[in-house]
Ligand binder design. Structure first.
Ligand code: MN
Length: 247
């Protein structure tokens, strides 16, 4: 990737942090890959919508197969979007009727479907048919080295943690703002175990629907294959944007 392409992707990627409530202020950023921008994932009626992908369902072959991509995006992710909209509308009704008897249930639904929706948005955005390798961004590369020892040790840790998530969940490279360091985390389901303050930089979906058609029970093979489609430029944009805003 040349410098012009890098800058284009970098500016376009500023909207990638939209899930964390900063999308509005960044929505006016020049659009490099605006079609993948989570900032545009709410419609005029205040409903969350399924984001468009910046690539085709078969573009990540052979690492992630087209059928899995189509089912995952159009069925599974759509389900989280619908569940989040529904739960938020039930909570709106509860406020209007001043009846919070079901607040625990619908709050849990917001947590489950909201975390699912937001993480999938990031997940799609940090993959690319041109991905893989190591970060071109020197600051991110140095941060990975100082946080984990080396890129190789990071990869080994990331693959091991992602492979070992109990049942359904995510592996995650995240930025921790209070000490400005990087962490490898696990999330169970979507919403459990991950410290709230951290900003996901590189989540990998390890629910069975993300890999079972091609990899069956071999989750580790899937995560290792995932490393070949990591869009490190998008990860670097998330990293820099988070530090710029939250430090
Ligand atoms: Mn998923």
């Amino acid at each position: 990737m040349n410098r012009r392409e890098y800058l284009k992707n970098t500016f376009g990627g500023f909207a990638l942090l939209g899930s964390y409530g900063v999308g509005q202020s960044l929505a006016a950023a020049p659009a490099g890959r605006a079609e993948a921008s989570p900032a545009s994932s709410m419609d005029d009626h205040g409903q969350y919508v399924l984001p468009h992908l910046a690539y085709s369902y078969d573009d990540l072959e052979p690492y992630i197969d087209a059928q899995t991509m189509e089912l995952h995006h159009s069925i599974h992710h759509q389900g989280y979007v619908n569940g989040l909209n529904n739960a938020l509308s039930k909570l709106r009704e509860a406020r209007e009727q001043d009846d919070f008897a079901m607040v625990k249930h619908w709050s849990k639904e917001v947590g489950f479907h909201g975390a699912g929706h937001f993480l999938h948005e990031i997940f799609w955005s940090v993959m690319s048919p041109d991905g893989g390798g190591e970060p071109a961004d020197v600051v991110l590369g140095n941060a990975i080295d100082s946080s984990f020892g080396s890129f190789e040790r990071f990869t080994a840790h990331f693959v091991a943690a992602s492979s070992a998530v109990e049942a359904s969940g995510w592996g995650m490279l995240a930025w921790e703002p209070t000490a400005d360091q990087l962490l490898v985390l696990q999330a169970e389901k979507h919403q459990n175990l991950s410290p709230m303050v951290t900003v996901p930089l590189l989540p990998v979906d390890v629910w069975e629907h993300a890999y079972y058609l091609r990899y069956q029970n071999r989750r580790g093979d899937y995560v290792r294959a995932f490393m070949n489609v990591v869009n490190w430029d998008a990860v670097a944009v998330r990293y820099h944007t988070a530090r710029q805003i939250l430090r």
